[in-house]
Design a protein around this ligand. Structure first.
Ligand SMILES: Nc1ncnc2c1ncn2[C@@H]1O[C@H](COP(=O)(O)OP(=O)(O)OP(=O)(O)O)[C@@H](O)[C@H]1O
Ligand SMILES: [Mg+2]
Length: 219
């Protein structure tokens, strides 16, 4: 999926988070975004998924304008997210009353495409084989993060937005999970935008950009 962000700016009242953010991500491209804590990386990722609003500029996915008048609207946005976007949140947003497997199966259920074999394959791919029946409270932080990643990938999105997906993992597990994430996105020619503090993770990207208050610059 192509993503084109032009001159985006975001502020809360008087407080500017960022401005002049422009970025084009080609289908199948892997872009890593780095930057200091609080600079607005999570906010920017949320804007890319239409989960947050902005004051000026545009976000266009496959020719569809996500914001403002003439944008695709709430219903269009929900459908686009459900069908085309996978999101790994910085805070996992795993549903506590559903098992691991049910959490991962959720995007498929919403698309009426239940597929237990695919759920199992996804769990295997992120190193959670055999843990499908557990509840989230019975998992470690790193395992929860992998549940969130499996859930973001299971419906084969064409745009994967991942916010620090290896932040809670030891280096060996981080490496494995990152490899699974990259393999899955490459296999389905999905675009990947990864926010990370990990140099090992950003080293694998096609491009690394740094978010600053005045925009994205090459890192
Ligand atoms: N509701 C709000 N009102 C005012 N400021 C906010 C609000 N929500 C977020 N912010 C500010 O917006 C800025 C960007 O936050 P964001 O979470 O996007 O940063 P980040 O780059 O992802 O940081 P980190 O690396 O710590 O995750 C922060 O300085 C934060 O304090
Ligand atoms: Mg963040």
């Amino acid at each position: 999926m192509s993503l084109v962000i032009s001159n985006l700016s975001k502020h809360y009242g008087e407080v500017q988070v960022f401005s002049h953010v422009s970025l084009t991500v080609a289908p199948g491209e892997f872009v890593a975004i780095v930057g200091e804590s609080g600079v607005g990386k999570s906010t920017l990722l949320n804007c890319m998924a239409g989960l947050d609003t902005w004051q000026s500029g545009t976000v266009v996915l496959d020719g569809m304008d996500l914001g403002g008048l003439g944008g695709i609207g709430d219903e269009g946005l929900s459908r686009l997210r459900r069908e085309k976007i996978g999101f790994v949140f910085q805070a996992f947003h795993v549903l506590a009353h559903l098992s691991v497997a049910q959490n991962v199966a959720l995007p498929l259920m919403l698309l009426h495409q239940n597929d237990d074999a695919r759920v199992q394959a996804m769990l295997d791919a992120v190193g959670l084989s055999g843990l499908g029946e557990r509840l989230p409270q019975q998992l470690s932080g790193g395992q929860l993060q992998r549940v969130a990643m499996a859930r973001a990938l299971v419906h084969r999105p064409t745009l994967l937005l991942a916010d620090e997906p290896t932040g809670n993992l030891d280096p060996t597990t981080a490496e494995k999970v990152m490899a699974a994430l990259i393999e899955q996105t490459r296999k389905h020619h999905a675009s990947l935008v990864l926010v990370t503090h990990s140099t090992a993770a950003s080293a694998r990207a096609d491009r690394v950009l740094r978010l600053e208050a005045q925009g994205l610059v090459p890192a």
